[in-house]
Design a protein around this ligand. Structure first.
Ligand SMILES: Nc1ncnc2c1ncn2[C@@H]1O[C@H](COP(=O)(O)OP(=O)(O)O)[C@@H](O)[C@H]1O
Ligand SMILES: [Mg+2]
Length: 243
């Protein structure tokens, strides 16, 4: 079993879009038993893939051990992907992690799931918080969507510096250019700095995911953006195989 976190210091960079499509690629292209765990109280991937909108506000209770993690797993609307939904109770998650003082609570919960899943994808809230520290300790690889702009590159630098300062071991970081528009000179210039990073283009097919509430592979599998997600997933599988 391996855990892939989709994380960034910044909001609105494509984390949820990546998480949903990488979960799809894990399930469909690699036939992995796949779980998508939504850790963001904004609950965007939950909104996209949940079959059940009863909103019980239990998501945080997993971490205080009031509910068993397995009890909150549901099938998603997409075959082959199970979901742990987010809800607004996760707004208190940083405080809870701080109070319990167990730095590996998320990692331990994930270990419990390793019998039933091959790939766990974490859709993370933005920021450098207690939650992100838990995520960085639990993940086997951390995928970071980066919009090609100086500000986004800087945010990535901040995370890298933070990890170095904190020492200890952490998962490898895999930066990926997100929402790339090659007509923009700023994008082209930023991308020239890291020509080897994978790329996800800005595309209306990606935008349509929010109206169809489906991964792009379900309705536009041969679009350029869907192909880039498939390549990205292959690169992640290769990286995991090396570890
Ligand atoms: N490659 C893309 N092309 C077009 N729109 C995108 C792309 N990636 C993300 N978006 C849109 O940008 C918005 C923010 O993306 P999202 O994945 O929710 O970011 P985050 O989870 O980091 O906040 C969403 O409306 C999403 O549909
Ligand atoms: Mg999101």
């Amino acid at each position: 079993m391996a855990t892939v976190a989709v994380y960034s210091l910044k909001g609105g960079v494509g984390k949820t879009t990546f998480a949903v499509n990488l979960a799809w690629a894990a399930a469909r292209n690699s036939s992995r038993r796949t779980l998508l765990w939504d850790l963001d109280p904004q609950a965007a991937s939950t909104w996209m893939l949940s079959a059940d909108h009863s909103g019980r506000d239990e998501a945080q209770a997993i971490f205080s051990r009031e509910v068993d993690v397995e009890q909150l797993i549901r099938p998603s609307t997409v075959e082959g992907i199970d979901l742990i939904a987010a809800d607004t109770s996760l707004r208190g998650l940083d405080r809870l992690f701080f109070q319990i003082g167990k730095k590996k609570r998320l990692a331990r919960l994930i270990e419990k799931l390793s019998r039933n899943y091959d790939r766990i994808i974490l859709d993370c809230p933005p920021g450098l918080t207690e939650t992100s520290e838990q995520v960085l300790r639990a993940a086997d690889v951390v995928v970071v969507p980066v919009i090609p702009s100086p500000l986004s590159q800087r945010a990535l630098g901040e995370v890298a510096r933070y990890l170095v300062q904190n020492g200890g071991s952490h998962a490898p970081i895999l930066p990926v250019y997100s929402m790339v528009d090659r007509r923009r000179s700023l994008h082209r210039a930023a991308m020239e700095e890291n020509p080897d990073w994978p790329i996800v283009p800005m595309a209306s097919a990606v935008e349509m995911m929010t109206s169809k509430r489906l991964p792009i592979g379900e309705f536009a599998v041969s679009s350029p953006a869907a192909r880039q997600f498939a390549y990205l997933w292959q690169a992640i599988e290769k990286r995991l195989a090396k570890q």
